[in-house]
Design a protein around this ligand. Structure first.
Ligand code: PMP
Length: 287
């Protein structure tokens, strides 16, 4: 459907109440006439999981959703960019969406860097990450992103990105990124519980372990981060982005760390089809 014709009704349940589920995926140029979606199967799996959390039956199969992704890039001849599948409750008012039609869309466009391509200045937000007893935090539900929007608006114009703590004061994640810490040659990331289990987070843990690093998921305090050797964010949009300062305190020398660079390089090799060991993560598409 042409971009300008992609319209929805104003009385769309999800528009009013945030009752939609979505994914964000990147695809990278892997050859002259070829692109590849990174970890499509895992994104689609999470999309269906998020839908199940909202008691939403996506009226398509996993295979159909994946096939439309491929078609979309092939038909538009897009070589690199971002894909946004979204499933939402359509025309119905009243909080419980039961009975509302379920609508599904997949959009793709060329999208460059999400975060600045330099070590980021990050500020710990006064807003905490959504409480796991308020919502099912490991799903990707549109309404949850009001939390990320508040945190992003708080730091706007002053810092590059926010960092949210959980209800216990431990480190959770960025508005749209997971966070990693390097200390004494080991890698740490917050355990699951209050965060979105990022697909990039999973990729980075796999890559780091394959490179021989020890990776531990555990509770991290802000003080752990202040004394880190390296910090970086991960996300499909954010990719791997080094953090230079946290609350105006410099992390090591403020530059991208050595281990961050090694892992980031391998990640970019993987997404661009240059790391045969991660070929299974790619859906290659002729364009
Ligand atoms: N946390 C949040 C809140 C996010 O929105 C995202 C982006 N989807 C991430 C983490 C990173 O997840 P992924 O690596 O799957 O993109």
């Amino acid at each position: 459907m042409p971009w300008a014709d992609a319209k929805i009704h104003v009385i769309t349940h999800s528009l009013h109440y945030g009752s939609a589920v979505f994914e964000g995926e990147r695809f990278y140029k892997t050859g002259e006439n070829e692109t590849a979606i990174f970890r499509l199967a895992d994104h689609t799996k999470r999309l269906f999981y998020s839908a199940s959390v909202l008691k939403m039956d996506i009226p398509f199969s996993v295979e159909e959703i994946n096939a439309v992704h491929i078609d979309l890039l092939a038909k538009n001849g897009l070589s690199s960019g971002y894909i946004r599948p979204l499933a939402f409750f359509g025309e119905k008012m009243g909080l419980n969406p039961k009975g509302a039609p379920v609508e599904t869309l997949i959009a793709a466009w060329g999208w460059g860097k999400y975060l600045a391509d330099k070590p980021l200045s990050v500020k710990i937000s006064k807003y905490i990450r959504i409480h796991p007893k308020s919502l099912i935090t490991d799903a990707k539900v549109s309404g949850y992103y009001a939390n990320s929007i508040f945190a992003s608006q708080e730091i706007e114009g002053e810092y590059d990105e926010a960092l949210l703590l959980d209800f216990n004061g431990n480190v959770a994640e960025g508005p749209g990124e997971n966070i990693f810490m390097v200390k004494n040659g080991e890698i740490f990331t917050p355990a699951l519980g209050s965060i979105l289990p990022g697909i990039t987070r999973d990729s980075i843990m796999t890559i780091a372990r394959d490179l021989g690093y020890r990776v531990t998921e555990k509770e991290l305090s802000p003080d752990d981060l202040f004394t880190a050797d390296e910090l970086f964010f991960t996300g499909s949009a954010a990719e791997v982005s080094a953090i230079g300062t946290l609350d105006d305190r410099q992390i090591s020398d403020g530059n991208e760390g050595k281990i961050t660079k090694i892992i980031k390089t391998k990640y970019f090799d993987a997404v661009q089809g240059k790391a045969p060991e991660y070929e299974a993560w790619l859906t290659r598409i002729a364009i």
